[in-house]
Design a protein around this ligand. Sequence first.
Ligand code: XMP
Ligand code: MG
Length: 179
Amino acid sequence: MRDEIKEVLISEEEIQQKVRELGGVLTKEYEGRFPLVVGVLKGALPFMADLTKRIDTHIELDFMDVSSYGAGTVTSGEVKIVKDLNTSVEGRDVLIVEDIIDSGLTLSYLVKLFHYRKAKSVKIVTLLDKPDGRKVDLVPDLAGFTVPDAFVVGYGLDFAERYRNLPYIGVLKPEIYGT
Ligand code: XMP
Ligand code: MG
């Protein structure tokens, strides 16, 4: 698997250092507020697992699965709820945890949905931000790293469901996604 990676963009150590930093910021932000932390499946899973361990105050966890992507690398612009929350967001401070913001379509849909469902506040923390890919105006409240407009994999991010289990963020060799 690792010989299919052309380049490591963000190392495991850099990710873990950033996750500690973000956890510290979120601890201060949400101290005493018992936020609902919503992980967006499946990509946010590793980030969600590591980040929540660095938030040193009470939180509740939940997950949503929405999809705007098929098996390939091009967005369809369509957002579909595959799995909804188990918890009501009404009156809650909601923190959405995402792996990457590209077009911004997925997140702008979720933010609107949670406001419609009467959340008290909705904030976004994303590990990666790809601002060059934006199709809607959306700025995350917290972002770990800005990445160039290339398809990246690892630490939750997949190509055709593979590579999510890499501990770092990398770029695939062109012959892999070309086939
Ligand atoms: P949007 O475009 O709605 O996309 O902001 C968010 C979702 O798109 C996926 N995505 C990627 N997945 N490498 C991936 O493996 C990428 O470079 C990439 N860019 C976007 C991702 O699932 C994210 O949740
Ligand atoms: Mg995703």
